[in-house]
Design a protein around this ligand. Structure first.
Ligand SMILES: Cc1cc2nc3c(=O)[nH]c(=O)nc-3n(C[C@H](O)[C@H](O)[C@H](O)COP(=O)(O)O)c2cc1C
Length: 182
């Protein structure tokens, strides 16, 4: 993954803490990481943590200005070789499936070139995962060429329920992304 640009989107679930280790794992493989967090992700971990780990500014607001005269969501969409959303909430999957672009992360996804892949590593409660609306959104996105899903695992979930919905292991996520960018 040497020289590849990875934009890590972090959304609001307990598994947001996993984005910290994950970003380091990609950097160890030679990738350059930038992170974008939803407002709800910031309730679980802080942008500062990701800034230190990635060595880059972490944006949370569409109207942040990094370079005067540059439109942030377009610049980030052009910069990246892939968008990895980890963890991906039911909410972000639904918004992207509906073409909603109401925050920085969803707007970047809408602004990507059709050649730039998007990978989701979903993490959610088992009932959310089994919800037919969530499954319909996933099926719809999978049917389009550029959206890829890294299946969650089964086990004891953070909420105490048991079932499918645990974010995939880091090695599984890194390998899936490697296949998409190399
Ligand atoms: C403690 C807590 C844990 C949550 N964990 C998850 C989760 O793992 N997966 C999920 O899809 N939503 C989870 N949610 C709900 C999301 O935070 C909520 O749907 C939110 O709107 C997601 O916003 P975002 O997708 O913009 O980050 C959780 C909420 C709370 C309060």
């Amino acid at each position: 993954m040497e020289g590849k640009h990875i934009l890590l989107g972090i959304t609001g679930g307990i598994a947001a803490y996993r984005a910290c280790d994950l970003s380091r794992d990609f950097i160890k493989q030679g990738a350059t990481m930038r992170a974008v967090m939803t407002k709800n992700a910031c309730r679980f971990i802080t942008p500062l943590t990701l800034e230190v780990l990635t060595g880059n500014v972490v944006h949370t607001d569409m109207f942040d200005e990094e370079t005067p005269g540059e439109v942030l969501h377009i610049a980030l969409a052009k910069w990246t070789d892939i968008v990895l959303i980890a963890p991906a909430t039911a909410n972000i999957i639904g918004k992207i499936a509906c073409g909603i672009a109401d925050d920085l992360l969803t707007t970047i996804v809408m602004a990507l070139s059709q050649k730039t892949p998007v990978a989701f590593a979903p993490a959610m409660n088992v009932e959310m995962w089994n919800n037919p609306i969530v499954q319909k959104n996933i099926a719809y996105l999978k049917n389009l060429d550029k959206y890829h899903f890294i299946e969650p695992a089964e086990g004891l979930l953070a909420c105490g329920d048991v079932g499918k919905g645990k974010i995939a292991d880091n090695e599984v996520i890194v390998e899936a992304v490697r296949k998409l960018v190399t």
